[in-house]
Design a protein around this ligand. Structure first.
Ligand code: HMG
Length: 398
């Protein structure tokens, strides 16, 4: 049984949200052809159409800063007292990625800067920590950035579910987008469904098993939410899922079919689910940011939601930690969105040939301390932050 968090009258949640993805992608029809697979397996069976590919200069620090840069005012930079970078693609075993990001975003020194890791659940841990922080620190804000590069390796079953990108969220009191409820349902359980040892640049997965754990934990949390009266489907206007690939979220949602909830509720959640996967289908798995990319995709591609609508979020991180939590859309949330800007970001990416993708995937930073200067992968798109070089085992950003 979960304990209830103390409810209090202070409203906290997501006040701003933005995302960044590198400016190269692989079309999955090209991948299917190269791997000798029927393209419908990727387009329909997996449910993805493209995946973003990161060049060396867009590591998780550069992407994180690029996601947050455009959305922060000077005043907000002064008010941020907690900076969380959630990632499972960390660049250092000791120094938090958040410290590089703090520097690039010119935040003050008067803040806690930390990195959080728990596979794709990390950003949700960051959001919950941030909500608690702003509840207990009047006048301060928290910046949570999910930043990851999903890598399984060339010609592996997971290859089609790779991707790269970051989602930045400003968590405040009286937020403009989503008030997050203090009560939620969560569970941690050690499983061997997906992992990446320190010596490996690619993840290992027991693919089918990982799908079973994901679906099983969703079903358990949904049941608990029913028992606690937290997830009355009639009062739920949308249900978001962690989206490693769109079919996975669909499998979670389908567990509510077959009479578990009314046909009308299931139809409404399914229609909204389609809007939540628009961006992810073109970006791929961005691990811990995926569910927040789904949130952004829903808000920017759905015209029927309105302030006051309640949304459920099922966050899953392999290994495994899952949480089901809820939030309510706020008046004026649409003014905070940038659907045109995000569509342009996606449409302006350069399509890679298979050989260009394989070369980009296989490129590595020097590990012997020598100096390596990197070219800019997107001089035209002009991402403000990038990794310029490595020297003496240190990354130098601009
Ligand atoms: P696979 O071996 O290619 O799977 O691996 P498959 O052969 O079963 O095919 C996949 C689907 O395509 C199946 O549909 C086929 O029927 C269908 P399903 O039964 O699943 O509904 N299919 C076709 N459909 C239409 N036309 C066709 C056709 N052919 C086949 N011609 C797998 C797929 C996802 C397992 C693999 O890509 C993988 O291992 N991915 C990585 C692991 C993963 O993403 N797991 C998801 C759950 S765990 C999670 O979400 C956490 C994670 O994000 C990590 C973290 O937390 O940090 C991964």
């Amino acid at each position: 049984m979960q304990e209830s968090k103390p409810t209090d009258s202070v409203k906290v949640g997501i006040d701003k949200i933005n995302f960044y993805t590198p400016n190269h992608y692989l079309d999955l029809i090209d991948l299917a052809e190269a791997r000798g697979v029927d393209s419908n397996k990727y387009l329909v069976g997996i449910g993805q159409s493209k995946m973003s590919v990161a060049a060396l200069d867009q590591d998780i620090v550069a992407m994180a800063a690029n996601a947050a840069e455009a959305m922060l005012t000077d005043g907000e930079r002064q008010e941020i007292g907690l900076l969380v970078v959630a990632t499972e693609s960390g660049i250092d075993q000791s120094k938090a990625a958040a410290l590089f990001v703090q520097d690039l975003l010119k935040l003050t020194g008067n803040l806690r800067a930390i990195e959080i890791k728990e596979a794709c659940y990390g950003a949700t841990a960051g959001i919950q920590l941030a909500c608690d922080y702003v509840r207990s620190h009047p006048g301060r804000k928290a910046l949570v950035i999910a930043s990851d590069i999903a890598r399984y390796g060339l010609d592996t079953p997971g290859e089609v579910t790779q991707g790269a990108g970051s989602v930045a969220m400003l968590v405040t009191r009286d937020p403009a987008i989503l008030v997050i409820e203090p009560e939620s349902i969560y569970e941690s359980r050690s499983t061997g469904d997906f992992w990446r040892p320190n010596y490996s640049t690619v993840a290992f997965a027991r693919g089918k098993f990982s799908e079973e754990v994901y679906v099983g934990m969703f079903e358990e949390l949904w049941e608990k939410a029913q028992e606690l009266g937290l997830a009355n489907p009639e009062n739920l206007q949308a249900l978001l899922f962690h989206i490693p690939f769109s079919k996975m979220g669909r499998k979670g949602l389908r567990t509510l079919g077959n009479g578990k909830i009314s046909e009308a509720d299931y139809a409404r959640l399914t229609e909204r689910f389609e809007h939540s996967i628009v961006y992810g289908k073109e970006v791929g798995n961005i691990y811990t940011g995926s569910i927040y990319l789904a949130l952004l995709s829903l808000l920017e591609n759905d015209n029927s939601l309105k302030p006051g609508d309640r949304i459920g979020l099922f966050s899953y991180g392999s290994g495994s930690v899952a949480e089901l939590y809820f939030g309510t859309l706020q008046p004026g949330y649409r003014q905070r969105l940038d659907a045109d800007g995000h569509r342009t970001l996606l449409d302006n990416r350069e399509r890679l040939s298979m050989s260009e993708y394989e070369a980009m995937f296989s490129a590595e930073l020097a590990t012997d301390g020598s100096q390596q200067d990197l070219g800019r992968s997107d001089p035209a798109a002009g991402a403000p932050h990038y990794l310029a070089s490595v020297k003496d085992h240190e990354r130098q950003y601009r």
